[in-house]
Design a protein around this ligand. Structure first.
Ligand SMILES: [Zn+2]
Length: 180
C-alpha cells in the first residue's frame, strides 16, 4: 500500500466543529492556555488543566455573545471573560492592541494631534523587537495587527465625518434696510 500520500492518517480540519454553536460563524483557533488567562471563574483562571477538554476557538462575530467555544460544544460568553473583547464591542476605548493599549480613541487622538498615525509601524517594530505578548494579553491569543488595521480605518472614518454644524441663518442682518 502506497504510503507516500498519508491520506489515511491526514488530520482533516472539520469546519463544522470550528463553527460557533451560537451564531454558526467559523471560529479562530485559540490555545487553551490563552483561554485560561481570560476566564473569570477562579477554578479555571490560570488553570488550563481544569478547562473542559477539546479544541478551543474564538468567535469573532460582533453581535454574538459567545467568545470561546470548543469542538465539543462548550461555550464561554462575554460575561465569562475578564476583559472586553475588541471583536465584540462597539466601545472605541476597547483596545485593538492589548500589549500597548491602542484603541480607536488613542488612534483618533494621535491623528488629531499629529495629523496621522504610525501605530501600525510602531507595533511592527515592537513585534520585531520581541515585545509583543499577544498570547497572554490579547483574548484572541494572536497578533493584533489585523485588528489595529481595522481600528485605524474606523478612526479615520470617524474623523472624516463632518462635524455637526450649528447652522445659524440669522446672519442676514438687514443693514441696508436699517440705514435707509
Ligand atoms: Zn458566535
Amino acid at each position: 500500500m502506497p504510503n507516500d500520500q498519508d491520506e489515511c492518517c491526514k488530520v482533516v480540519f472539520s469546519a463544522t466543529k470550528s463553527k460557533c454553536p451560537a451564531c454558526g460563524a467559523v471560529g479562530k483557533s485559540v490555545s487553551s492556555f490563552t483561554v485560561s488567562l481570560f476566564l473569570r471563574d477562579p477554578r479555571l483562571y490560570l488553570h488550563e488543566e481544569s478547562l473542559p477538554p477539546g479544541s478551543y476557538y474564538m468567535c469573532e462575530t460582533r453581535s454574538c455573545p459567545t467568545v470561546y467555544f470548543t469542538d465539543r460544544g462548550v461555550q464561554f460568553s462575554k460575561t465569562d471573560i475578564r476583559v472586553k473583547v475588541w471583536q465584540k464591542e462597539d466601545d472605541p476605548k476597547v483596545p485593538a492592541c492589548y500589549c500597548f493599549d491602542n484603541s480607536v480613541v488613542t488612534i483618533q487622538n494621535e491623528i488629531i494631534q499629529t495629523g496621522g498615525t504610525d501605530v501600525i509601524s510602531r507595533i511592527g517594530a515592537e513585534v520585531r523587537a520581541g515585545n509583543c505578548r499577544c498570547e497572554v494579553t490579547n483574548p484572541q491569543g494572536s497578533c493584533c495587527l489585523g485588528n489595529v488595521t481595522k481600528a485605524v480605518k474606523i478612526a479615520k472614518e470617524n474623523l472624516s465625518q463632518p462635524a455637526p454644524v450649528v447652522s445659524s441663518k440669522k446672519t442676514n442682518v438687514s443693514l441696508s434696510e436699517s440705514t435707509l
